[in-house]
Design a binder for this molecule. Structure first.
Ligand SMILES: Cc1cc2nc3c(=O)[nH]c(=O)nc-3n(C[C@H](O)[C@H](O)[C@H](O)COP(=O)(O)OP(=O)(O)OC[C@H]3O[C@@H](n4cnc5c(N)ncnc54)[C@H](O)[C@@H]3O)c2cc1C
Length: 399
């Protein structure tokens, strides 16, 4: 007779791989496995499963509804100019995380290892915290970090958890109750490609250039605030990668390579999972022209939006407000430039073709398709990067 085990999800859209089920299982019977595109899905080992169904109950993606509402919104830029340089937006994450660590707490977020495997880790010193800094546009594996966080919370440590909204919701569901020493921070997120796809892209890139990449930044600000990557190589050389000329970044920014559930993500909404939400303040020049100019915000260095969704979130920002240049804004202003505060990314049928090609013939074939389809348009990023920010701003105003 077949042993009865829970069905974790019926359709791939019903799983975000937050890891709550993996962490809650009292028998360690659940582990994440990659599908043919590299997306992680939980799999139950029927030999270990006792059918307690805790994994089903804890699934935030299928059961739990977020009730937080945006209470206050700010434009924010960290006063720590060095850390701002290395952050994707206005350096909000590092600055707040460092404040927590200095008070003997810890911060949790996504870090690459030397093989570009992305996972959530705990940082309780500044050196480790640097690994968490910067956006990585691929899915992070939460592993067993929720269990570790619970231990820290029970030891009365303050924990700042940051991640995609589904990961924040997964942690909260796993914990099952509110902890006054936990602060949750979700990122505005338009979707995640698999970590395997990123690693395969990187392998392809290294082979093509005959180099070894030691460090990769998805948001190198050396030429201003935007979405441009850089790879640091074994030959102590930096290679700039424009998002218009990189197959990985182009398909990422056009929402063509995300996990299936990202296209129906219920957290891409004004009801946020975290105590605070952070992201890029896109559209600042339209929404807050009064903040730009001499002696005001220098948008070329990166600007964040902070949205406080709970009283705890408001108190946390107020407590640390001296660390930022902070200006009042509104959710509506932030959402106009950031669609994922209201709705998920739109599904495009080309996603299936690209991912099937990748699964059948690897990233090289995907890159060939990209080059064939995009033609000379791939040089547009290079040309745009040559226009000074001042002139770009004037063009935008004229538009
Ligand atoms: C996949 C993804 C999609 C995003 N989409 C948008 C968007 O559509 N609009 C928008 O305004 N902002 C988006 N962001 C957020 C934005 O890129 C910045 O991360 C955010 O503004 C924080 O910037 P910062 O300067 O405060 O800190 P940074 O130091 O740049 O941010 C680092 C924080 O992000 C976390 N992080 C990095 N990569 C991941 C990951 N793959 N999974 C989970 N956590 C991660 C780190 O743990 C750390 O907490 C996205 C981020 C990611 C990772």
């Amino acid at each position: 007779m077949n042993k009865e085990i829970p069905v974790l999800y019926r359709k791939e859209d019903n799983c975000c791989a937050c890891g709550a089920c993996v962490n809650i299982c009292p028998k360690n019977a659940i582990s994440m496995k990659e599908d043919k595109y590299g997306f992680l899905f939980p799999v139950i080992n029927s030999n270990l499963c006792i059918n307690c169904k805790q994994c089903k109950k804890v699934c935030a993606y299928q059961n739990v509804t977020e009730t937080n509402k945006p209470l206050k919104t700010w434009v924010a830029v960290s006063k720590d100019k060095e850390k701002l340089k290395k952050s994707a937006s206005g350096g909000v994450f590092y600055t707040l995380a460092n404040a927590v660590i200095r008070e003997n707490g810890c911060a949790v977020g996504a870090a690459f290892d030397e093989d570009f495997e992305l996972s959530h880790i705990i940082a309780d010193d500044e050196r480790t915290l640097e690994k968490l800094q910067g956006s990585k546009y691929t899915q992070s594996n939460t592993g067993f970090v929720f269990r570790e966080i619970k231990k820290q919370l029970n030891n009365n440590k303050t924990v700042l958890f940051s991640g995609c909204p589904c990961q924040v919701a997964g942690l909260k569901a796993y914990l099952g109750k509110d902890y006054c020493n936990l602060i949750t921070m979700d990122l505005i997120c338009h979707g995640v490609p698999s970590n395997k796809a990123f690693k395969d892209y990187l392998k392809f890139f290294q082979n093509k250039k005959n180099i070894k990449v030691k460090k990769f930044s998805f948001r190198d600000k050396s030429a201003g605030w935007g979405i441009n990557c850089s790879a640091w190589t074994d030959r102590a050389k930096k290679i700039r990668i424009f998002s218009t000329s990189s197959s990985y970044m182009y398909y990422f920014l056009h929402s063509l390579t995300y996990r299936k559930n990202c296209y129906s993500c219920k957290y891409a909404d004004s009801h946020r999972a975290g105590d605070i939400t952070i992201g890029d303040f896109w559209g600042l020049e339209k929404e807050h022209p009064e903040l730009l100019g001499k002696n005001k915000i220098d948008e070329s260095k990166g600007v964040s939006v902070i949205i406080a969704n709970t009283d705890k979130g408001i108190d946390f920002i107020k407590k640390n407000r001296k660390l930022f240049d902070l200006y009042k804004s509104s959710f509506e202003k932030a959402a106009r430039g950031n669609a994922q505060l209201n709705r998920p990314s739109r599904y495009d049928a080309r996603r299936k073709d690209i991912l099937e090609l990748y699964a059948d013939r690897g990233w090289k074939a995907v890159d060939e398709r990209f080059n064939k389809n995009i033609g000379v348009r791939k040089y547009s990023g290079v040309l745009k990067s040559m226009i000074p920010v001042r002139i770009k701003r004037t063009i935008k105003k004229l538009k």
